[in-house]
Design a protein around this ligand. Sequence first.
Ligand code: ZN
Length: 274
Amino acid sequence: MLGRAVDDNSTGSDSDYSNSWISWFLSSKGNEYFCEVEEDYILDRFNLTGLNNEVSNYAQALDVITDNLDDDVQDELRGALDVQARLLYGLIHARWIVTARGLNKMLEKYKRVDFGRCPRVLCQSQPLLPVGLSDTPYEKSVKLYCGRCEDVYSPKSSRHGSIDGAYFGTSFPHLLFLVYPTLIPPKVGPVDLAPTSRNADAEGGRRNRRSKEESEATESVGEMISTASAALKAERYRPRIYGFQLNETAKLQRWQEAVRDRQVTRLEALEDLS
Ligand SMILES: [Zn+2]
């Protein structure tokens, strides 16, 4: 699925280097998650405030992106500048995709399923959106967010798995659903019922933690000993926009955690009896 995702202006070769740096970058293998940042946005210095502190050789890296680099720059420096240009483009990209025009460009890619589909069986091939787990570069690679199960996954391809998550940011998918609420995937229907969740565990390779606890509670006491502590240790993904947790999700998660804590208390009581 991911291998198929190629940007429209891609020719599948590296020969469009002469065209423009951005179109070369977008058509390079592994960069399929990125959308085109419009030149107007890049040329407005206000949009780039503070990025000069994050990228070394900032001015020249910006020249690379906007195809204004002097031809007499030595090849050796050119290579180093290209690394900085990618970093700069990524950081600009993270800012661009949360603007109205940027959201719209990413929406087109989402509708084309450029980011793949949720591997969880019960999500019924829900298209994914890229998300960062950190807004600081060099910390976490990009993950894929499913609006249906509200969890995050690693990209299937290692080429995508090595992309910096900060180039997409922690707010992007949540802001997209905030701006386009009609796109929020429905959660109603029989798909989230516990009896089928064990199939999803086996096939999807991940857990629906709440129903896992419930199904394992009916199993032998020996298995329960680890269940209570495992349930407490299970980490959850918390959607955030600009660092603030989303209100509705936060409410739901508080409820889910209360259910979990009650279940853990019951499991611990059973463990004490054994
Ligand atoms: Zn999902």
